[in-house]
Design a protein around this ligand. Sequence first.
Ligand SMILES: NC(=O)c1ccc[n+]([C@@H]2O[C@H](COP(=O)([O-])OP(=O)(O)OC[C@H]3O[C@@H](n4cnc5c(N)ncnc54)[C@H](OP(=O)(O)O)[C@@H]3O)[C@@H](O)[C@H]2O)c1
Length: 358
Amino acid sequence: MQAWTLDGLGSALSVEEVADPPVRSGGVVLRMLAVQVPAYTRVLVEGGRGGIATPTVLGIGGIGIVEEVADDVTTVRPGETALCTGFLRSGRVAEPEEVLLGWTGIGGRGTTTATTDRMRRVWRTGTFAERTVMPGSAVLALPGADAYPDPTKLAFLPWLSVAAGAVERSGMTAGDRVVVLGASGQMGGAAVLLALARGAALVVAVGRDTGSLDRLEALDSRVRTVRSVGTRDADAAAIGAALGGEAEVVIDALGPTPTPDLTMAGFDSVRTDGTMVLLGGVRQFLPIPYDQLMRRRITLRGSWMCSEETAFRVWRQVQAGVIDLSALDVTTVGIDDPAAALTQAEQIRGLSIAVLTL
Ligand SMILES: NC(=O)c1ccc[n+]([C@@H]2O[C@H](COP(=O)([O-])OP(=O)(O)OC[C@H]3O[C@@H](n4cnc5c(N)ncnc54)[C@H](OP(=O)(O)O)[C@@H]3O)[C@@H](O)[C@H]2O)c1
């Protein structure tokens, strides 16, 4: 089969002919159909987003058809359409540890341990490939997905599910005013769709890229956009004006930013008893004033990945049309030229996604 392989961080992502992965204890073999190529994949390959266990077939997420199932796997059945989460847990309750397969990402304190090394050594195949073998716990059956009219759009389910994890952890309810920072990105765009589906009264979408923001505004009359200028006071004032006050929920889905200013402008917009959820890739210390957090009784939460139940709810909402994917614009890329695919992916933003079709 053909696969995108990575020998080490900083080396080129290349397409190679590799052996089909055999089914193994605890595992599931999938024939991949459609896998999102996130906008920041090139940066990740170059080492800009943390370590990856290499050499590896790269790739996380995606939709595939289950071809083979080990005797001890009961999560999916042969012939089913399934979602790859790529999210593997140690299952040890006393000291939970989590890793992403075929990608960068270690849960908890973000540092490798003997356990995370072992998990990533044993499972070393990603989803940018014609076939993959995944642990049974990292795949989710999607009953009815074979009848979904455009399977390439289902490649966005992993991003939607991760964004849904943040929306659920925010405790957002219908009628809430929601701010999404980094809404012009793919994760932020997903968070906007989720907030609308959950009945937000107003979603203030904050970003820089005007094209992405315009497309979000066209989605629904409940969306208002704010173009960030990058200074805390000005951005907070613009968000406040768009809200006509303060927000019950702020979701930060920003990529790496040079300062914490925009995140802090979000913090400034949270109302008393509101919640702010950090979902993005910001690597900054946040100057949170103790008294503000205390007096406004703000809940500040992190959100990394999501449960299988959350991902399944997202699928049900997509299937029912509650999450509206009509605005999602898919550019398909083939497996033969990974360099060109990464270039295309990084030029695409927000609710436009690049999808590897196989
Ligand atoms: N918590 C989790 O479980 C989880 C899972 C997956 C990914 N992530 C993280 O989520 C982040 C976002 O992912 P994505 O796919 O949406 O990435 P993306 O498509 O590259 O979007 C990044 C967003 O951040 C904004 N941004 C980047 N640099 C900025 C700056 N200097 N100032 C202001 N805004 C800036 C971008 O704005 P413009 O496009 O308008 O410039 C865009 O809205 C990633 O960094 C990733 O690490 C988290």
